[in-house]
Design a protein around this ligand. Structure first.
Ligand code: ZN
Ligand code: ZN
Length: 414
């Protein structure tokens, strides 16, 4: 690796994950599910955790190559088999209070050319066995974090013109910058960044706007917000009241749109990759919350298929704001990975909403949630509309209008 001080930066990245992402406490165990192609980072992470006083850091390794080998040679009817004890073990550790880290090592084409039916069976089998862990994460039962360090296979997709090694270096440099690891004291910088996000989401929640009005070239959209909506983003708190950050990096604050109160047209500002297909330069027109018209320069059929996934896929489930000058947006890179791309610019999501974005929401059934405006669907797909020309207004319940963003930047100080 030709990056100056690579080892030092890797250590800082590991420190950021353990101290800010997970906020591991002295005496607290850690359970990690990691891909083998991220091993150098995972070793640094273990070192930081032990030095902080964690008594046990357990790594459950996943190897993408072995997964591929299974798909090449295993009996065709065997893909519903799963070693349940692995995920049961992770669940048990979480239930007993261990902090939970996922280190994804992307290889976008790991299963390319494999029997799609078998791949689909493996996916749904994994989802079935993982469900209990997902529920614990949804309740923030412990501190948990997802990180996505660069891998050579992924880097080659992001920078297809470069050879693997050069692509990997470029991706590391980008991601060190986006995660603010290239700064002197990344932990302190992150604490300030998280404090800013916390203030911003509090101001917006207290404003209790009834709607947001989004305006940019090609976009004129009113998004209604239900009473009791909560802005989230940045850090969260675990059941034991420890601060943690579920995603590193994270730049957005986001809330719950009222599913029946979206009116107007929004135009995309970045391409959207959906199950390996690209959708580009598209716009969606909403009436009474639902997409009633759509067009795309590329991938219109894919977009239509997505919106028609189920009865509720054409309604909004998230509205997220972040400044155009955020590091991910400025990088100009399409990462082909939602952890990074979702934080690139202001976005909306079609499909499911988050119950935690509503006061008392987590206690509601799906039907009750729908009654107050919360959408539930089989999809949740984020797409970007933010640009340097975006203006956002907040509409108060007496009809007065306040600037929230101007020319892509926050219009209020915190
Ligand atoms: Zn989002
Ligand atoms: Zn989202």
């Amino acid at each position: 690796m030709a990056i100056a001080n690579f080892e030092e930066k890797l250590k800082k990245y590991a420190e950021l994950v353990v101290k800010v992402g997970l906020n591991v406490q002295p005496g607290q165990k850690m359970i990690v599910r990691a891909m083998t192609n991220t091993a150098p980072l995972v070793r640094e992470i273990a070192a930081v955790a032990y030095q902080l006083g964690s008594p046990l850091v357990t790594i459950v390794w996943v190897d993408e190559q072995v997964k591929k080998i299974r798909h090449q040679y295993a009996p065709r009817d065997s893909f519903a088999e799963y070693p349940a004890f692995l995920l049961d073990g992770i669940r048990k550790e979480i239930e007993e209070g261990a902090a939970f880290l996922q280190v994804a090592g992307l290889d976008p084409e790991a299963l390319k050319g494999m029997d799609p039916e078998a791949v689909a069976t493996s996916r749904s089998t994994f989802a079935k066995y993982r469900k209990a862990i997902g529920e614990l994460q949804g309740q923030n039962a412990v501190q948990w974090t997802v990180v996505c360090p660069p891998t050579a296979d992924w880097a080659k997709h992001v920078f297809p013109d470069k050879d693997k090694e050069e692509a990997l270096e470029m991706l590391w440099e980008k991601i060190f910058t986006l995660c603010r690891v290239d700064q002197d004291d990344p932990v302190a910088v992150w604490q300030k960044h998280l404090a800013d996000l916390a203030k911003r989401r509090k101001v917006l929640t207290d404003k209790a706007y009834t709607a947001l009005h989004l305006r940019a070239p090609g976009t004129d959209l009113k998004v209604g917000l239900p009473a009791g909506h909560i802005w989230a983003g940045g850090g969260a708190k675990s059941a034991k009241n420890y601060d943690f950050v579920a995603n590193i990096p994270t730049e957005e604050v986001f809330t719950l749109p009222h599913k029946d109160q979206t009116e107007g047209t929004v135009s995309s500002s970045k391409p959207l990759s959906y199950f390996g297909n690209m959708i580009e330069n598209f716009s969606l027109t909403f009436s009474k919350g639902k997409v009633v018209k759509l067009s795309a320069e590329r991938g219109e059929d894919v977009l239509r298929g997505m919106v028609e996934t189920d009865d509720t896929a054409g309604f909004l489930g998230e509205v997220a704001l972040l400044p155009h000058k955020s590091p991910i947006s400025q990088s100009g890179v399409v990462f082909l990975n939602s952890l990074y791309d979702e934080n690139a610019s202001c976005h909306l999501a079609l499909g499911s909403a988050y119950k935690f974005n509503l006061e008392g929401g987590p206690a509601l059934s799906t039907e009750e949630f729908a009654k107050v405006g919360g959408n539930t669907s089989n999809i949740h797909v984020d797409f970007m509309f933010g640009t340097g020309e975006l203006d956002v207004d907040g509409v108060k319940d007496d009809g007065t209008v306040e600037p929230v963003m101007r020319a892509g930047e926050w219009a209020f100080d915190v």
